[in-house]
Design a protein around this ligand. Structure first.
Ligand SMILES: NC(=O)c1ccc[n+]([C@@H]2O[C@H](COP(=O)([O-])OP(=O)(O)OC[C@H]3O[C@@H](n4cnc5c(N)ncnc54)[C@H](OP(=O)(O)O)[C@@H]3O)[C@@H](O)[C@H]2O)c1
Length: 308
């Protein structure tokens, strides 16, 4: 986004110490905006745990991009609810007069069915087997109820420099020269580069559009191609072996139990959420973002992934 086209905007970014929020912050600064980055870690302009309650002295900003949250599919249910739902309520209460951009997720689509070029009206659904989807759906409902003028963005599988989730987990799952993946590899998946997501956040923060928008790269890709491209870009010589969900799901249950039993940090190699999610088509229709937000995404590419 060029400096020329952007009106000077004072922007607050929650989760600015994280992967998505950090990219939003850099993109806004590159566009000449004045940015206040909020987070708990060092590196935030202002430290704020969003579960502690609303800010008592919030900064005067034109827009807020709310990226803070728990993006883990293995976090404790209570902690996930606190960060994603109660935290969102506190961010809403802190900035009643600013444009509100809420970074949600495609995990609000029905996890038990394929998501085939889904439009925005297909979610949220009534029930979620996982705490992440449930908490993000509840947060969306809260935002839409309290701020009908808000923009809700639903990215899917975000990758790029600083990725804390997707790429590290794919690479960590390679064992003995083999990467075990779920399904048969032909299932298509919509991925989202963090630069594309940052572009959407800034378009939304400028104002003009309201509502819910799917956000992905230009077009979906088969899962086998995406995994091969990631491994090649990182110079990892590994064979991808696909196994059916009926085999992967019990393995994921065992991996989660063993992980919990060992008390290890991070995430196990395979989770039930990931197995269920990856086994089926996960593609989103981004027509609404293109037409109403003016979103112009680049295609999926892992060029430069060697340095991520
Ligand atoms: N990564 C993906 O593939 C993906 C896909 C779809 C949607 N999303 C959504 O994108 C958002 C950001 O995810 P991410 O991938 O950037 O995760 P991340 O790298 O783990 O960053 C999470 C950010 O949220 C902040 N945060 C978490 N709990 C907080 C709390 N209680 N108070 C204040 N700040 C808190 C963290 O701050 P500190 O580190 O300073 O504590 C960090 O800045 C999430 O809402 C997630 O649902 C991500």
């Amino acid at each position: 986004m060029s400096k020329e086209g952007a009106a000077a905007t004072r922007l607050a970014v929650t989760g600015a110490t994280g992967f998505v929020g950090g990219a939003v912050r850099r993109a806004a600064e590159d566009a000449g905006w004045s940015v206040l980055g909020l987070g708990r870690r060092a590196g935030a302009d202002r430290r704020w745990d969003i579960t502690d309650g609303p800010l008592t002295d919030p900064p005067d900003v034109d827009a807020v991009v709310h990226c803070a949250g728990s993006a883990s599919d293995t976090a404790d249910r209570r902690a996930q609810w606190a960060a994603n739902v109660e935290g969102t309520a506190n961010v809403l209460a802190s900035f009643p007069g600013a444009r509100f951009v809420h970074v949600s997720t495609a995990s609000v689509y029905d996890p038990l069915r394929p998501t085939a070029l889904a439009d925005e009206d297909r979610a949220p659904v009534a029930r979620y087997p996982d705490a992440y989807g449930a908490s993000k759906a509840a947060a969306e409902r809260l935002v839409r109820a309290r701020r009908p003028d808000a923009v809700v963005l639903r990215p899917h599988a975000v990758y790029g420099p600083g990725d804390t989730t997707l790429l590290p987990r794919v690479l960590a799952a390679v064992r003995g020269g083999t990467l075990v993946a779920v399904g048969d590899g032909t299932q298509r998946i919509s991925l989202t580069s963090v630069d594309n997501l940052a572009q959407a956040c800034l378009l939304a923060a400028r104002g003009g559009a309201t509502g819910v928008f799917n956000i992905t790269d230009d077009a979906p890709v088969p899962l086998a191609d995406a995994l091969a491209a990631v491994l090649a870009a990182r110079g990892v010589a590994a064979r991808v072996r696909f196994v059916p969900l009926a085999v992967a799901f019990p393995l994921a249950c065992a991996a989660e139990l063993a992980h919990r039993w060992r008390g290890a940090g991070g995430a196990p190699r395979l989770t039930r959420y990931a197995a269920r999610h990856l086994a089926r088509e996960r593609t989103l229709d981004i027509t609404r973002a293109r037409t109403e937000l003016g979103y112009r995404p680049s295609p999926t590419s892992f060029a430069g992934a060697a340095t991520w």
